[in-house]
Design a protein around this ligand. Sequence first.
Ligand code: ARG
Length: 462
Amino acid sequence: MGKLWSGRFQKETDRLVDDFHSSIPFDKRLYKFDIEGSIAHAKMLAKCEIITIEESKEIVQGLQEVLKDIEDGNVDFSIEAEDIHMNVEQLLTAKIGSLGKKLHTGRSRNDQVALDMHMYVKEEAKEVLQYLRKLQETLLSLAEKHINTVMPGYTHMQRAQPVTFAHHLLAYFEMFDRDVERVQDCYKRADVMPLGAGALAGTTFPLDREFVATELGFGAAAKNSLDAVSDRDFVIEFISCASLIMMHLSRFCEEIILWSTAEFDFIELDDSYSTGSSMMPQKKNPDVAELIRGKSGRVFGSLQGMLTTLKGLPLAYNKDMQEDKEPLFDAADTVKKSLLVFRPMLATMKVKENTMARAAGKGFTNATDMADYLVNMGLAFREAHEVVGKIVLYCIENNKDLENTTLEEYKQFSSVIESDIYNFISVDKCVSARKIYGGPAPETVKECISQKREKLSKNEVL
Ligand code: ARG
């Protein structure tokens, strides 16, 4: 079949060009949105008396049949028809005859592709939000079980101060909470309907853009025709949200990988979320966590790619913009698959409370608490810091912990230290004394979890 735009051409496009510029191999996945958009457009054309009601009905029915044919796997898309928009139009015309040629009245592929992309991003955003919420629920359930599981908190990858595993998990809850807000916000910008912008300058037909927007569940119609067809901010925003989610998952995976080493031994991944080695029979590897960490790179790459593609584009549509699809699709697929596999991997891992607690008791994680004790006894914090620093050095040289250093030994460093010091610096006490808002004390964390549960139960994703 000839090209839908072949009128002013005297030669066929070269086969190499067809292969090079056709987007159908990847934009065919937009078929559902493309057809829904066309159905709304056809209804509107009749409402505005641009085509008759009978014509509109026939077109709509034809489009519904095309949709069914595609879904039943009965359609071979054609490279010569270039993209999903012209493929659908050709399929329609093949079905209902020349009436199909009226569908494109007052429309361009430029506003059509923008519409499809807006619809796609809205749907993906909704799905990502659901996955994020599920993950947050899993985090809360896991945290509930580990309110009293003491573990070392780190700075510079050195043991710093004791926290609890619940508190650590809730840090990730906060990250995913910000991700939820970002995706919700991105959704708002995707929720703008471009049809009616035409190729760039609107159309002479009196289209009812509000009707199409409502019909397709959009909040509003785009306000400027040039912007409507040139804007891909919402694509970049979505990939940017996906990048941050992947970055958060990747940090979490990095910790899971470290925790599952023999050196840490804080967790053991379930067999169903681990893999073996083809050579070393003893190996159990955290491949899933590594792969999520690895896949973050391709999503960041998509973000960089899209920014670069758009940065030099003059208004309005340029074919460069066809390059928006693969990075967007890949980012959406990757973030969804990662969220999907990460959640059960987390939920099924075995947490080794005893090793965590033992590690929290080593490495002088209670040294700050000892300094705080001295402050309570009247020393300035900087003096207290110096005294405890000397005590720690003494302990290291004499192979001791703060817990088993005698009062007599302590007195050599500061006369104000009394026997109540041992209670003050016990690891459990170090945690439970941090009742401060946002801190790790079990009672604080418990309260925090119930507030979050409450918020999750009330908060609709969209
Ligand atoms: N396949 C094209 C894309 O994805 C559709 C729009 C084509 N418009 C045009 N004037 N060539 O961007």
